[in-house]
Design a protein around this ligand. Sequence first.
Ligand SMILES: [Mg+2]
Ligand SMILES: [Zn+2]
Length: 168
Amino acid sequence: MKHKAIFLDRDGLINDNSTAYYVYKIKDFIINKGVFESLKIFYDKGYKLIIITNQGGIAKNQYSTSDVDRLNEYIKSEFSKKNIIITDIYYCPHHSDISKCLCRKPNSLMLEKAIAQHNIDIQQSFMIGDSDRDVEAAHKLGIQGIKTKSNKNLFDFLINSEYAYLLE
Ligand SMILES: [Mg+2]
Ligand SMILES: [Zn+2]
């Protein structure tokens, strides 16, 4: 059986990145308003929640893969406390200034891996992010893309959009 999924960008969507471009410390990880409420509804509606994030700061030696892994475990645990299961987190450690890759959004390799590894039905799935490149990556695979405003209340944004039905 195939599963529906909501793919989520991380920085600027799930967490506030208005004060630091690269967020890699747990103490700097502030979850944006409306995120818990929205993801709880998605999860309860049967969507798998999969984070797809560019972490080019690794290629730029701003932080390490272990920083990202530690933060990702923290994120999963914070959501799990609210009875929201994050199925998986994919990140691209590259940066186009340093070396080209196929995973950094707007490329779609992270999404392709997630779709294959978790048996996702793309027709019933969405990608939500605050950048054009999030939507572009989704569109490359025929997945609906929803571009939000950075660091704003996700629930309020969605409920006032054409995607309000996702919360109903
Ligand atoms: Mg973002
Ligand atoms: Zn990459």
